[in-house]
Design a protein around this ligand. Structure first.
Ligand code: CAA
Ligand code: FAD
Length: 384
């Protein structure tokens, strides 16, 4: 049984991480966040500082320059960063939970020395490359190929929608080596920027998380050394799925942060704005909105903490992660929409932040598995 040692108390260390992330977000991310969104500017300086503070490799063991922290700490930091800047937090999430975690868990010692140590400090940034133009949800149908040439793989194909697409130095690329084996023929290869035949394609002009750099990537006869394969031959799809289970906790925490950021702004605004001779929060209709927003956020938070707890205690957490990601992303959309409503016309303009949070919330229902995919994962687990 999955014994959940129920304890809602955060430790001193957790509270310190939360405080550090909150202060960092206020001090370093808030200034310029509207302009970066407007101009689609990647937060280079801010991400560099996040690396220096240990936010880019939080769960990596100190042996590989990481923070050696648990998933709860990571979730707390993700929430605080996401309240202010979800473009910075998606970069953080991919680097921490898809790239660093996957490398530490499944990479060779040589790969950890060569790549993980620098990724964990944010000295370099990583990207995770599964999706293709014709294969997003249906990830096993991917067409990128990694032909076995003895000492190396010959990589050919296109990846789409890759977060950190142009800023990354290291890319974990899923590619098919044995098509006759279906998803069991897929490998994950570590590709370095600058390898001959690897071209970063166009940057996407997005609705939200506009400060993050999302690109397509093209691979033409890229020679990737065998030593850059993660795990055994054919382990790539399993690698992607196992890694995404953890990633989904990170994105759930991002959704939670977007929702709680919008809620905090709406609560504050309701105490400042007057209509019909009283403050907004004195109208019961507004109080009820705030109460519902709060209840949804709390429910999402507990689902996320549970998933993080199961992962930290080495229990099966795939179902809990999919449930948390599904719920948190759905309520992020609802809560941010209500936050705009509470702000009235002011909510519809950039200066008040909530319109950006509403646009940012939408992506959490799409990436790392759409809400429909989470339901597939949940239902398969329930019915198996
Ligand atoms: N954990 C572990 N293994 C899993 C898994 C999970 N959550 N989900 C599927 N698998 C395994 C299955 O057990 C199966 O393995 P075996 O054959 O060895 O038993 C294998 O994966 C294939 O699964 P299915 O037979 O169920 O395959 P399917 O094609 O019917 O469905 C899917 C698979 C669950 C829909 C899967 O393709 C999927 O998760 N799609 C969504 C892809 C996704 O999340 N992409 C995110 C890209 S990264 C990203 O988006 C980053 C970012 O934005 C910041
Ligand atoms: P499709 O799979 O074509 O889905 C279209 C619609 O059909 C969706 O609503 C979907 O839920 C629904 N649908 C599909 N199949 C089913 C089904 N069986 N049952 C019910 N409904 C279904 N990918 C990466 O690999 N790495 C990244 O770093 C990354 N970053 C991203 C950043 C951004 C900003 C965006 C937009 C995407 C990113 N992605 C990344 C890709 C993302 O994971 C995919 O967009 C996502 O998995 C959905 O795939 P798709 O876009 O091909 O949609």
């Amino acid at each position: 049984s999955q014994g959940l040692g129920i304890n809602f108390q955060l430790t001193e260390e957790h509270l310190e991480v939360q405080k550090a992330a909150r202060e960092f977000a206020q001090r370093e991310l808030l200034p310029g966040v509207i302009e970066r969104d407007d101009k689609q500017e990647f937060p280079y300086e801010q991400i560099k500082k996040m690396g220096e503070l240990g936010f880019m490799g939080m769960m990596v063991s100190p042996e590989y320059n990481g923070g050696g922290m648990d998933t709860i700490s990571y979730v707390l930091a993700m929430e605080e960063i996401s309240k202010i800047d979800a473009s910075a937090s998606v970069c953080m999430s991919v680097n921490n939970s898809l790239v660093c975690w996957g490398l530490e868990k499944y990479g060779s010692e040589e790969q950890k020395q060569k790549y993980l140590k620098r990724l964990a400090t944010g000295e370099i940034i990583g990207a995770f490359c599964l999706s293709e133009p014709e294969a997003g949800s249906d990830a096993t149908s991917q067409r990128t190929t990694a032909e076995d040439k003895g000492d190396y793989y010959l990589l050919n194909g296109v990846k789409n929608w890759i977060t950190n697409g142009s800023t990354a130095s290291v890319y974990l690329v899923m590619a098919q080596t044995h098509p006759e084996k279906g998803h069991k023929g897929i490998n994950c290869l570590i590709v370095e920027k600058g390898m001959e035949g690897f071209v970063v394609g166009k940057k996407e002009d997005k609705m939200g998380i506009r400060g993050s750099d999302t690109h397509s990537l093209m691979f033409t006869d890229v020679k990737v050394p065998k030593a850059n394969r993660i795990g055994d031959d054919g382990f790539g799809f399993r690698f992607a799925m196992e890694t995404l289970n953890g990633g989904r906790i990170g994105i759930a925490a991002q959704a939670l942060g977007i929702a709680s950021g919008a809620y905090e702004l709406a609560l504050k605004y309701s105490k400042e704005r007057k209509a019909f001779g009283k403050f907004l929060h004195e109208h019961q209709a507004i109080q009820f909105k705030l109460a519902e927003m709060y209840a949804k956020i709390e429910a999402a938070r507990l689902l996320i903490y549970k998933a993080a707890y199961l992962k930290d205690t080495k229990q099966d957490f795939a179902l809990a992660a999919a449930t948390a990601k599904l719920y948190a992303s759905e309520i992020a959309q609802e809560v941010t929409t209500e936050a705009v409503q509470i702000h009235g016309g002011y909510g519809y303009v950039k200066e008040f932040h909530v319109e950006r949070l509403m646009r940012d919330a939408k992506i959490t229902q799409i990436y790392e598995g759409t809400s429909e995919v989470q339901k597939i994962v949940i239902a398969r687990s329930l019915l198996k």
